[in-house]
Design a protein around this ligand. Structure first.
Ligand SMILES: CC(C)(COP(=O)([O-])OP(=O)([O-])OC[C@H]1O[C@@H](n2cnc3c(N)ncnc32)[C@H](O)[C@@H]1OP(=O)([O-])[O-])[C@@H](O)C(=O)NCCC(=O)NCCSC(=O)C[C@@](C)(O)CC(=O)[O-]
Length: 309
């Protein structure tokens, strides 16, 4: 029996490079560079750029410049600028910085919740209740991220039921969108379809997203598997930037250039200029002093060099 549906005609791609991509970089990246990266990405046409994170600078020092970044960017009408917010202190800073969307971030794994935000899942949901209410009061969009939905670096297996349980709690907080995240990139396509189908039982499919890291080289296959079950929102990171400070060995999110190239080939509309994203990827890779991790990005950049075909 073929359970696959027709693929969506269009998808929303959320660019998470400036936050998820850069948060784990050991070298200090200037606010100026982050601002230029965000501007290049919004100009490329992304409907949503995750630009900042108002977490404790003791926990994630690279994100300490988030207010400066938000103050320095040139806002493009049509782009929403999002930021991670773990508590009310983060919310106040995000509000003052003028973010359009706050992202509360829970986990499907107790062990990861403790390592990442220093509290249990239940405590995190209680903390997020105040943030969610404040976001609604201020008419800000509210997104819920769910880490370790397919496996945890500390506890190992994570069940689809525990994912569904936290999705339901995030729905009850009033999340407009919920991200099902493979923080350590361990998922494979059939597993993804099982978990996504359980999540769809708890939350409207058109507001669920897939957030895949590429640690085991499965991210594009996992996106395709999610397309088959009808998921139409995906996160990606320019030049494949990233990793998670609390998930050892996690590599970057799937590279945005690779996702856009695949969507183009599938005839799925994104509204994003792939060439401009390749430029943004080369820009940030030059600043970091290393080659972009995107296969498609590097291939397209190489083709532009005279003498290459
Ligand atoms: C949640 C806390 C704050 C708890 O951390 P804590 O130490 O339990 O909190 P606390 O309330 O005891 O505060 C400790 C200190 O931090 C300060 N503080 C407290 N809150 C803030 C804030 N918002 N902004 C700035 N400062 C803050 C607070 O004022 C205090 O300062 P002190 O009195 O010692 O000088 C901490 O654990 C934290 O910031 N964690 C963030 C970890 C993180 O950002 N991880 C990466 C993002 S998650 C992720 O990447 C996964 C995702 C979403 O991408 C999906 C995926 O890929 O799977």
């Amino acid at each position: 029996m073929n359970l696959a549906q027709p693929l969506p005609a269009s998808v929303k791609i959320i660019e998470v490079g400036p936050r998820d991509g850069l948060q784990n970089e050991q070298q200090t990246i200037s606010a100026e560079t982050k601002i230029e990266l965000v501007n290049r990405l919004s100009q490329a046409g992304f409907p949503n750029v995750e630009a900042a994170s108002f977490v404790s600078p003791k926990w994630v020092p690279q994100m300490a410049t988030s207010s400066e970044v938000m103050a320095g960017i040139t806002r493009r009408p049509g782009t929403l600028y999002s930021a991670l917010v773990p508590n009310m202190k983060g919310f106040e800073a995000a509000l003052a910085a003028g973010v359009d969307e706050v992202v509360i971030f829970a986990a499907a794994s107790e062990a990861f919740s403790q390592k990442n935000i220093n509290c249990s899942i239940a405590e995190s949901i209680a903390r997020f209740r105040d943030v969610a209410q404040a976001a609604k009061q201020h008419h800000l969009r509210l997104r819920g991220a769910l880490s370790c939905a397919f496996g945890c670096p500390y506890q190992g297996e994570v069940t689809a039921d525990s994912v569904a349980d936290v999705v339901r709690q995030l729905r009850e907080l009033g999340c407009d969108e919920i991200d099902i995240a493979d923080t350590i990139g361990v998922a494979t396509p059939r597993h993804v379809q099982v978990v996504m189908r359980r999540a769809i039982d708890e939350f409207p499919i058109e507001r669920l997203s897939g957030h895949f890291h590429d640690t085991y080289g499965q991210a594009l296959a996992n996106i395709y598997a999610s397309l088959e079950v009808g998921i139409s929102i995906y996160h990606a990171s320019v030049a494949g930037l990233g990793g998670c400070p609390y998930a050892k060995g996690a590599t970057g999110n799937v590279a945005t250039e690779d996702v856009l190239y695949m969507m183009q080939g599938l005839g799925i509309e994104t509204g994003i200029d792939l060439d401009a994203v390749v430029d943004a990827g080369q820009f940030i890779s030059d600043k970091l002093g290393r080659k972009a991790v995107s296969r498609a990005g590097n291939a397209i950049a190489a083709k532009r060099t005279p003498g290459c075909n």
